[in-house]
Design a protein around this ligand. Structure first.
Ligand code: GUN
Length: 272
């Protein structure tokens, strides 16, 4: 069975739109884009289009690659103090001369729609409710819930330990009482861990999930997206091999990608 992120994202966005219509204080998302990274430009454009669709006001601030860390920090501070702005997102990656942690940490936790600030990350880690959950992990959990996949007691294997996906999704699964194994480049015999899992979430950017799954009800979520040697968009999972042995699989494209955007819009509709 396919975990259809495209259709669920449409449903989530519809819900966000209705929610925004009823809000007295209207959300306003500011996206800061530094430099000319082509992928980042596409992501930011997609966020802008989605915001418009659900009736969320959005402003994109484009800054040149030459912007200093101090100038960027000043912009963040400016929007922190602007009562009309309810969400701030600084698109990553940032140029090398800027410390991304310093910039992330400058964002007000109540406007941190990415859920990347220490306050929001820390709240998730100690089992409190953060103001915002990171978009991709939250989108993945929405997808699992939509298909009524049991998380409690499941053996979940997360591949990748990034701050954007691996670590927060592991925390969210733990919060829902899964037994979580986080694998990374130093993990021994990753295949034996993958094949025996109930839930696999792969966020690496390499074709790493290429074995038959042991359990026929297992669930494989593919977060990776990159171009193969034929310049085709592909994910971390060998789709043909895994789909013939797993119970559920998310496709690339049309799986986690659209859920990330929908989940971000859900966050952007929250006003504190
Ligand atoms: N770059 C890649 N993914 C993300 C994300 O989720 N948020 C931000 N701000 N930048 C990113």
């Amino acid at each position: 069975m396919i975990l259809d992120g495209k259709s669920l994202s449409a449903k989530v966005l519809e819900g966000v739109k209705l929610r925004v219509e009823k809000l007295e204080r209207k959300p306003h998302l500011v996206v800061i884009l530094v430099g000319e990274d082509p992928a980042s430009k596409i992501y930011v454009r997609n966020k802008q289009i989605a915001a418009e669709k659900v009736g969320i006001k959005s402003t994109v601030l484009e800054l040149p690659n030459s912007v200093t860390e101090e100038e960027l920090l000043n912009k963040v501070e400016y929007y922190n103090n602007d009562p009309d702005v309810t969400g701030i997102l600084v698109q990553l990656p940032l140029p090398k001369h800027i410390d991304k942690n310093k910039v992330t940490m400058a964002i007000s936790p109540k406007k941190d729609v990415d859920g990347f600030t220490p306050e929001n990350v820390g709240k998730l880690a100690i089992g409190l409710e953060p103001y915002f959950y990171p978009a991709t992990p939250q989108g993945i959990i929405m997808l699992l819930d939509e298909y009524k996949i049991p998380i409690e007691g499941a053996d979940a294997v997360v591949i990748g330990r990034s701050n954007i996906v691996g670590k927060p999704v592991a925390q969210m699964l733990l919060k829902r009482n899964a037994t979580v194994t986080v694998c990374h480049s130093y993990t021994k015999d990753i295949e034996s861990k993958i094949k025996t899992a109930d839930i696999v979430i792969s966020a690496v950017g390499k074709k790493i999930v290429r074995c038959k799954m042991d359990k026929k009800n297992s669930v494989v979520v593919d977060v990776g997206i990159f171009r193969d040697s034929n310049n085709r968009l592909t994910g971390d999972v060998d789709f043909d091999l895994v789909s013939s042995s797993a119970g559920y699989i998310s496709p690339v494209p049309g799986g986690v990608g659209p859920m990330t955007i929908a989940s971000l819009m859900y966050n952007a509709s929250k006003v504190y």
